[in-house]
Every structure is written in C-alpha cells, then in structure tokens.
Ligand binder design. Structure first.
Ligand SMILES: *Cc1c(COP(=O)(O)O)cnc(C)c1O
Length: 380
C-alpha cells in the first residue's frame, strides 16, 4: 500500500488553528454545573475544589453563585480572596501543608483546616490556634477512574485519638473528612466512609466531644466517553447513607466537587501535527496532536480518563492511536482504548477535546521540548 493523497495533502490551516493548543472555558457551563450540584445537595456546604481549575473568571462566577471553596495552598487562597470570597468560606482541605503556609492561611483569615496525622495537628495548633479542624480518614478509591490511593487519611482509631488531642490543645474538633477517589462512578462507594465517620462521631460523643461536620469530599463524576449517572443519584445515595448511619443526629454535610463543576466547562482545541502509518499493512493510523500528556492531558495516564473528541469532518472513520507532540514515548494518549477518527483527517486540522475543563491547564508542563504551558481563554 502506498501513502494516500489525503495524508500528503496540506489543507488550509483552519481558522484559529495557529492558536492551538488552547483550552476554552465557558463559565456559564461551570455555573450551570454548580447550580445542579447545589440543587441536588440542597442544604449542604459546597466547597469548589479550586485545584480542578483555578481560572479567576470561573472563581468569580462561583463566588456570585454562593459557592464556598476548598483550597490547597497560598496561591489558591489568594485567588479565592481576589475573586471575592470571604476567608470564612475557605477550607484548607489538603492534609499536608508547610507550617508557613498554615500561618499564611491563618493570617488571611482561614479558620478551617484538614489534617490526618499528629505532626500536622501540631503545626495547626502552633500556627492556626483555635481553628476548626476536620480529620481525614482513609477511604477506598475502588471504582474511581482517578484514585487517591493510600496517600491521604488515617485509620478511624487514630482519628478518634487525634480529635481528642485537638480538643485538649485548644482547637475546635469540627468533623470528619474523606474522599472516595476522583471520577468515582459508583454512588454506593460513599457509604462505607459515612458509616466510619458516624462511628467516630458516636465514639467521641462518649468523651464529650460533639463533631458537627461530615465532609464527603469530591469525586462526583462527569460524562466522558463513558456516561456518568446524574448527580441526583449520588446525592440520594449519600443522603440515605447519612440517614442510615447518623439517625436523628444529622451532621452538617459538606462536599468538595472539583471535576464535576469544571470539567464540562472546557473544550481543548488542538491541531493535528501528523497522520502517519508505521507500516504498509497496519490498520490504525498514528495521529499526533499538538497537545499531549505533558501539555495538560495528564489524566490520560493508563488511559484512565477517556475524553470525547470532535472533528468537523463527518466521513467514514477508522481506528487511530493518539499521541502528543513531545519527544517522550510516554506521550501517547490512547493506544489500547479504541478511538476512531475520519479517514480523511490530515495535518493542520483542528480537533476539539471535550470535557477538559478540570485537571488539564494546571497539569501542563513548563517548557518541555520548548512547548509553552497550555493557554486558557474564557469564551465570551
Ligand atoms: C482534589 C480534591 C477534591 C476534588 O475532587 P474531585 O474528584 O475533582 O471532585 C476535593 N477534596 C479534596 C481534599 C481534594 O484534594
């Protein structure tokens, strides 16, 4: 077989293509997602996890919509305050912080902190005296497309002990936090951790410590190529698990959605750099894009997150292996997951990668192979 005309022809660069790669954020979509989750979890405190996408315009829209925020460091605190949030609406949810960052948060007015170890509790006692604290417990990430594994959380017995220490050392023992893993597809996966939290509440009650916050974390999934169930099914499962395990002593529910709010708001515009075959009889074509694993698509590792692609061509399609533009061979997006693209796809064409508003722009490397970090624009 010889190389076809289509693969050698050079179509005119599509309008705007010279500006790729570029992440276009539609703030209205994020606002609608926030409204959906706020509605499903009416009465809960909703803290948007800023790390999913810290774009100022998006944060401003969420402030206006009444969102609170989960922050993980100084820059995120500053961004939220610049967007108009008040410090009382911020929760410093990352359980591993530098002492000086805790002091900085405290100086800026943050009074709610998460921890999961004695060493971290010490730092909070010393640098954020009198603050409210949530102890994070280990949770299984089974069923999550982007797991959080064993890096965060302690066992329940330790949480009980640490909350007693927190009270003795002048902190306000406020609640229990957990996270069931990001893009968690199964609504029932929240229940085991809710049961664990309820047992900790009960145990501490016997020591005269009344917790009040149940922080069920993030993890709420969006539809990529695999559709996710509606957010109402996660809310219903969580509510019924809370009723089952907490009975009449209903805690104040807090959630920290990141992906759910930001992902559907982003469309990544990328350009085909090359369409190639490695031999005359291989069926799949290699399609090299101008964005890849290092340019923001880190969640394609192990092909965990499989984004939906959209092209302007609608002719017959065939299988492709999708790769990024860098000289690193891990920069392959999808080689096992079946992806089809139009047979007449050629270099210079723009492909839109959908659902890329979360965990993309901030994951992008700085200057690898001389490529600039992924640019974000806010759609008008
Ligand atoms: C990242 C993170 C979140 C957001 O998780 P999503 O899966 O994006 O909803 C929530 N809480 C904490 C503590 C996090 O670190």
């Amino acid at each position: 077989m010889t190389v076809t005309a289509d693969e050698t022809s050079q179509p005119a660069i599509a309008a705007g293509a010279q500006h790729t790669p570029c992440l276009v954020i539609d703030v209205d979509v994020a606002r609608a997602q926030y409204a959906r989750i706020a509605d499903a979890f009416a009465g809960a405190h909703i803290h948007y996890a800023v790390k999913a996408n810290p774009e100022l315009a998006l944060l401003e829209a969420l402030v206006a919509a009444g969102s609170q925020f989960d922050v993980a460091g100084r820059a995120e605190i500053d961004l939220c305050l610049a967007a108009g949030a008040s410090p009382g609406d911020l929760s410093y949810g990352h359980p591993i912080k530098k002492a000086e960052d805790i002091a900085y948060a405290y100086a800026r007015g943050v009074r709610l902190f998460a921890f999961d170890s004695e060493g971290e509790l010490d730092k909070i006692v010393n640098h954020a005296p009198g603050s409210s604290v949530m102890c994070r417990v280990l949770a299984s990430s089974q069923g999550a497309r982007w797991p959080l594994s064993r890096k965060f959380g302690c066992v329940p017995e330790m949480a009980v002990d640490l909350m007693k220490v927190a009270a003795l050392r002048g902190l306000d023992p406020a609640g229990i936090a957990f996270h069931v893993g990001s893009q968690q597809l199964y609504p029932e996966r929240w229940e085991p951790s809710i049961a664990t939290a309820a047992a900790i509440f009960t145990e501490l009650e016997t020591s005269g410590i009344s917790l009040r916050i149940l922080n069920a974390g993030g993890g709420f999934p969006v539809s990529y190529r695999t559709p996710a169930a509606p957010i109402t099914s996660y809310a219903a499962a969580i509510r019924s698990a809370v009723a089952r395990h907490f009975g009449r002593h209903t805690p104040s529910l807090m959630i920290e959605p990141g992906r759910y709010v930001a992902a559907p708001a982003g469309v990544l515009h990328t350009q085909v750099v090359l369409v190639a075959r490695k031999s005359y009889d291989d069926e799949p074509r290699w399609v090299y894009l101008d964005v890849g694993r290092f340019g923001g698509l880190a969640e394609t590792e192990d092909e965990a997150i499989q984004y939906e692609l959209s092209t302007t061509r609608d002719g017959p399609a065939g299988p492709v292996i999708l790769a990024g533009p860098t000289c690193d061979s891990v920069d392959i997006l999808y080689q096992h997951a079946p992806y089809d693209l139009p047979l007449d796809l050629a270099a210079g064409e723009v492909i839109r990668i959908l659902g890329t508003g979360a965990y993309t722009a901030t994951y992008s490397s700085v200057g690898f192979n001389g490529l600039p970090p992924l640019r974000t624009v806010i759609s008008p």
